[in-house]
Design a protein around this ligand. Structure first.
Ligand code: SAH
Length: 378
C-alpha cells in the first residue's frame, strides 16, 4: 500500500506490505496462536482492499494560520497528523471532513484544544451506508451552544447534498472518549440505514456496526454456515449490537434472543426487527455474562449460541453459564485472536471441541484480524 502517512499514523501496522503479504502474515499469526485447537482455514481476504471503512473518525485541529484541518492521531500520541485522503477510509467521508475544515474559518469556528480546553469542534465521525449511500455526519463539539448552526448545516449541505443526516454530539469532558452523552439532531433522522445480508439496519451514532460491509457479509455468512441451523433451534446472539447476526439467523431458527449492553444499540435493534418484520426475536439490554448467569440459574437451555464480544473478549461468568445452557454449537466471532485463544481455552475445558477456525480479513492494512470459530459439545 502506498500511503504517505504510513511512518507516523498508527492505523496501519501492515500498510508497508503488499496485500498478499499482509494476508500471509495474518494467517501465520492466527495459526501460531490457535493451532493447538485445530486446523486454521485459509484467511478470506478482500478483492479490493482499499477505501473499505464505512465509519471514518477524524480529529479537528487548527494550523498556525488559524485554518481548520482534520486528521488522525500520530501513533501513541495526541499529536494530530493531517490526513486528506486515507487509503482505507470511505473517500466521500474524507471529502466531507475536508469541507467541514474549510468552512471553519468563515464561521469563526475554532478547533477544540485538548491542552487548554478552549475551542469548539473536536471530532468528526462519518458513517456511510454501503448499499443505501446514506451519510450521517456527527460533529463532536465541546459546548451545547452551536453558533450559527442552521447556516453551518446549510453551507455543508450545499457542498454535499448527499449527506442525509447531521448530528451534534456534545462532549465537554477532558477524556479520550470521542463521543459524549448528549446529542442534538441538526438535520435528517439522526441515523443512517444500510442493507446487510438482505436485511435493513438502522445505525445510530453510538451503536456499534462492523466497519467493513463487504467482508461482514462473508463473516456473517460463515457464522451462519457453521451454526447449521434447521429452523427448530433456540438461538442466543450475545454481544449483539444492533441485532445484525441474530436477525440474519432468525430466518433459519425457531427463536432468537439477543443480548447487548449499549442502550442505543438495543433501541436500534428493536426498530430493525420491526422494519424487517422479524417476529421470532427478542432483545435484552444487559451485561451478557450477568444475563447468562440468570438464564443458567433458571435452568434455561439453548441450541446455538453466537458470541461476538469486543476486543477484550468474553469472561468466565459468561462461559461458565454457556456451558450450563448446554448448546450443541457455539459460534464465536472474534476481533482479537489473543482473547479468543484465552476464551477457547475456557470453553474447551467445559466439554466443547473446536470444529472450524476461519480467519476473515475485515481490516486490510491494519494488524487486526477477525476469526470465526465453531465449537460442538462433545
Ligand atoms: N454482533 C454485533 C456487535 C459486535 S461488537 C455486530 O456484528 O455488529 C461487540 C458488542 O458488544 C458491542 O455492541 C458492545 O456494545 C457490546 N458489549 C460490550 N460489552 C458487553 C457486555 N459486557 N455485555 C453485552 N454486550 C456488550
Amino acid at each position: 500500500m502506498n500511503c504517505p502517512y504510513i511512518k507516523k499514523c498508527g492505523g496501519c501496522q501492515l500498510g508497508h506490505l503488499p496485500y498478499d503479504k499482509q494476508l500471509k502474515k495474518k494467517q501465520e499469526s492466527v495459526t501460531q496462536l490457535l493451532k493447538g485447537f485445530g486446523k486454521v482455514d485459509p484467511i478470506i481476504g478482500m478483492k479490493d482492499p482499499y477505501y473499505y471503512r464505512n465509519k471514518v473518525h477524524h480529529v479537528v485541529c487548527n494550523d498556525k494560520k488559524g485554518n481548520g484541518f482534520t486528521g488522525i492521531y500520530e501513533e501513541k500520541t495526541h499529536h494530530v497528523i493531517r490526513v486528506d485522503e486515507c487509503l482505507i477510509e470511505n473517500k466521500k467521508a474524507d471529502e466531507i471532513c475536508m469541507t467541514i475544515a474549510s468552512l471553519m474559518k468563515s464561521f469563526k469556528m475554532k478547533a477544540y484544544n485538548e491542552d487548554t480546553g478552549y475551542g469548539f469542534l473536536r471530532h468528526i465521525l462519518i458513517r456511510t451506508g454501503h448499499v443505501t449511500g446514506q451519510i450521517l455526519v456527527v460533529l463532536v463539539v465541546a459546548s451545547p451552544v452551536f453558533p450559527s448552526k442552521n447556516n453551518f448545516v446549510k453551507a455543508l449541505r450545499k457542498v454535499h447534498p448527499e449527506i442525509t443526516s447531521i448530528v451534534a454530539n456534545i462532549n465537554n469532558r477532558g477524556t479520550s472518549m470521542v463521543l459524549g452523552e448528549k446529542e442534538q439532531v441538526l438535520y435528517g433522522k439522526g441515523y443512517i440505514e444500510d442493507v446487510l445480508c438482505g436485511k435493513t439496519f438502522r445505525i445510530s451514532p453510538k451503536s456499534f456496526y462492523q466497519v467493513n460491509s463487504v467482508q461482514t457479509e462473508i463473516l456473517y455468512g460463515k457464522a451462519i454456515e457453521f451454526a447449521a441451523l434447521t429452523g427448530k433451534e433456540t438461538v442466543i446472539d450475545a454481544y449483539s449490537g444492533i441485532g445484525t447476526i441474530g436477525m440474519v439467523a432468525s430466518d433459519q431458527a425457531k427463536e432468537v434472543l439477543s443480548i447487548e449492553l449499549n442502550p442505543d444499540a438495543v433501541k436500534d435493534a428493536y426498530a430493525n426487527a420491526k422494519n424487517n418484520k422479524i417476529k421470532n426475536i427478542k432483545f435484552v439490554k444487559a451485561d451478557a455474562g450477568e444475563y447468562m448467569v440468570k438464564m443458567a440459574a433458571q435452568k434455561q437451555k439453548a441450541d446455538v449460541v453466537f458470541m461476538d464480544p469486543p476486543r477484550a473478549g468474553s469472561d468466565k461468568k459468561f462461559i461458565d453459564s454457556v456451558a450450563k445452557l448446554a448448546p450443541k454449537k457455539i459460534v464465536y466471532i472474534s476481533c482479537n485472536p489473543e482473547t479468543l485463544k484465552r476464551d477457547l481455552g475456557m470453553i474447551t475445558a467445559k466439554g466443547y471441541k473446536v470444529q472450524k477456525i476461519q480467519p476473515v480479513d475485515m481490516f486490510p492494512g491494519t494488524g487486526h484480524c477477525e476469526v470465526v470459530t465453531s465449537l460442538v459439545r462433545k
